[in-house]
Ligand binder design. Structure first.
Ligand code: SAM
Length: 434
């Protein structure tokens, strides 16, 4: 287990009120009041319960690979607060008020739950004004941009939020948009803001988000992997996009390499995350020249590029991603690295078709619900020397790690990043070996 000191003193002193819960990574949080940030708009529940629940989920998830993500079976720990600034993940200062329950406990318990040593829990850099480079908004019947009320389709036309990067939301509240549309705001690596309006879904297109209260059963359980994927696919399918600001083509940089991608495509939302994770991965992977490596759930190939640098042209990187646009963009952005093979396939289908030849290093960065049993089983059957697994939901992450452990892999390094300040999500990265 490597040991890297945790930087303290985040500029964002995020303290949650006891009468709210922390927002999820994709959720907007309520307006800042001095040092306080409230949870998602209209969310019930108590903050102390959330911290306890998270810890419980980690422990339950690690112990039981079948345990469901979400809130089931974990006790509410009563009132408490998540500590601010120095008390965040990996911090040493105590909580600001009352209870010892704090998010730092999550990081402290994570390695125990995973059977590893102490986590190196650090924060991504933050600058005053916000960390979020990607924001997705909805438009209400009156054409006002806003966000959904927690677990509801009701649109709250209030854009005050401390998360977005400076300037990202400028002017949006003053304009009227197409009712039922979505707005994507992306601030790219050149500091350019791109604003894209995505047309409302066609009636009967399969996108139920505007017709169904998200308090439905799947949402209540946290959503299952397939329904989430299907819903997102439907949400993105064949909806006209209108570029309102910028070019609609975001330019991003990682380790001196330039990417150009659709502003509505996936990029790590914290402006510093792609570089940060890619550095951790490059440090851990240590792939030899000529080695075979896989980048699963590869997006536009940010991690594939780092693996490609290590294995060189005598090696191979298989990058697997199901979003066709992202794969087209990966091919274009990595065209000088022809030993990267970018494929538009579902990981769960692709992986079972691979020969038993052991890859040297495999990087997995699945969506929030995690990789799951089938993928982990197929992967561990092929006995890679090293697996690097990434997840922003500690519960799903712990469940996946427990699956690796059951297959004989152990975490030998673990990093936790507070990549979504003001939310209960943290980015967890583990490197595992047999
Ligand atoms: C968390 S993102 C990571 C992307 C990339 N690693 C990065 O850092 O930019 C997860 C990616 O997995 C893709 N994805 C989700 N489910 C998938 C599946 N079943 N098979 C292949 N790709 C999938 C999504 O489209 C998304 O690009």
């Amino acid at each position: 287990m490597e040991s890297i000191p945790a930087p303290l003193g985040l500029p964002h002193g995020v303290v949650a009120h006891r009468d709210s819960r922390p927002a999820a990574a994709a959720e907007r949080i309520d307006a800042v009041d001095s040092n306080d940030v409230r949870g998602p708009v209209g969310a019930p529940g108590r903050i102390g319960g959330v911290a306890t629940r998270l810890s419980g989920i980690l422990l339950a998830g690690a112990a039981d690979p079948d345990s469901a993500a979400g809130e089931s079976g974990v006790a509410d720990g009563g009132p408490g607060r998540i500590a601010g600034a120095a008390g965040r993940i990996g911090g040493v200062a105590g909580p600001v008020g009352g209870s010892p329950i704090r998010i730092g406990g999550v990081a402290a318990r994570l390695p125990r739950a995973l059977g590893s040593g102490a986590a190196d829990a650090v924060s991504l850099d933050a600058w005053p004004g916000g960390w979020r480079s990607r924001v997705r908004l909805v438009v209400d019947a009156d054409g006002r941009a806003g966000v959904h009320r927690y677990r509801s389709t009701e649109v709250i036309p209030d854009l005050r939020c401390p998360q977005p990067m400076t300037g990202a939301m400028d002017g949006l509240a003053d304009q009227r948009w197409t009712p039922g549309a979505e707005l994507v705001v992306a601030v790219d690596g050149d500091g350019m803001r791109h604003l894209v309006e995505i047309a409302p879904p066609e009636p009967g297109s399969g996108d139920k988000r505007h017709g169904r209260d998200r308090r439905g059963s799947a949402a209540r359980r946290g959503g299952d992997r397939n329904s989430t994927v299907a819903r997102r696919a439907a949400a993105h399918s064949a909806r006209a996009e209108r570029v309102v600001d910028g070019t609609g083509r975001a330019v991003q940089y990682v380790s001196g390499r330039r990417w150009e991608l659709s502003a509505t495509g996936f990029w790590q939302p914290h402006y510093g995350a792609a570089q940060c994770y890619s550095d951790v991965i490059a440090g851990w992977s240590d792939a030899a020249p000529g080695a075979l490596t896989w980048d699963l759930y590869s997006g536009v190939g940010v991690f594939a590029a780092r693996l490609a640098d290590q294995v060189g042209k005598a090696g191979a990187v298989h990058a697997v991603e199901f979003a066709r646009t992202a794969v087209t963009e990966a091919k274009a952005n990595l065209r000088d690295l022809p030993w990267v093979d970018s494929r538009a396939e579902r990981v769960e289908r692709w992986i079972v078709e691979q020969p038993s030849t052991a890859p040297d290093v495999v990087v997995l960065d699945p969506p929030r619900a995690g990789a799951g049993k089938e993928v982990v089983a197929a992967l561990t059957d092929r006995s890679p020397r090293r697996i690097i697994h990434i997840g922003c939901d500690p519960a799903a992450f712990a469940r996946d790690i427990s699956l690796y452990r059951a297959a004989g892999y152990q975490p030998v390094g673990l990093r936790v990043f507070d990549a979504f300040p003001g939310t209960h999500h943290v980015e967890c990265l583990a490197v595992l070996e047999r």
